[in-house]
Design a protein. Sequence first.
Length: 292
Amino acid sequence: MINPVWLRTFCTLVDIGHFTRTAEKLNMTQSGVSQQVRKLEEHFDVPLLVRDGKQFSLTDIGERLYDEAQKIVLSLSDLDSKICDNVEVEGRVRIMSPGSIGLKLYPQLLTLQQSFSGLAMDYRFAPNADVERALAERKIDLGIMSRRSMLKEVECQLLSSEALLLVTPASCPAPSWHHLVQLGFIDHPDGAHYASSLLSQNYPEFQNIDMLDIKGFSNQIHLILKPVSLGLGFTVLPTHAVNAFADQELICKNALDSPVKESLYLSLNHTRYLRRRTQTVIDEVKKCFQEE
């Protein structure tokens, strides 16, 4: 098999027409250039150059080799570009997060995709448990969760925090515990977790979510507040999800005496190779939360 480096040296020599300047261009010695040309001649067992002092001309075989070698050298250069150039922004990146986080992140990641046509965003909204499981099973490239993972395969780094909000119908501001019990709870995939975190810090009567009647359930982040706006119950959601609801005048975001923030964690499977395109998305995610 011919060494492609020899072919590149031979083509450069023919293009420049001078051994010394070829050596300078390729950061080689002049004897190194001559040696690689001789190795090509030994390989084909024919002379490639007719030397005349410091000048030379090509033999018929030399001209034929130059024509073919140019194509090979160009092809190898294109291969370098295809493999290395912009590899960090080409291909599919699979992400999962709770819906509240996705409402904030997804539009920004689509803006990133607009900048790099080779990038494909695969974004799924899911509760923490599903994100954690998908990471452990290597079904996604990265996840964002509102709690640390307990699985050994998943590593988490603190990303940001997001305030939890008690959301009631507009007709029921500053609700007492009695009012909440009467309203009942609109549940969602992370409902028990969010409600327990916020209510336990602000209502001494609260012991667990089973104390509340479940008046509805939705796993669609943009629909969870719809029954609340109709007066059918209350719920607890992160700020981004609440602020994204269209009918703000129909709900009440209640300021409580003991605010609770959920920490957000950038989560990865530590056994999975981190592709450069995934790192590019991670950088964009961090930037998104740093701008808050």
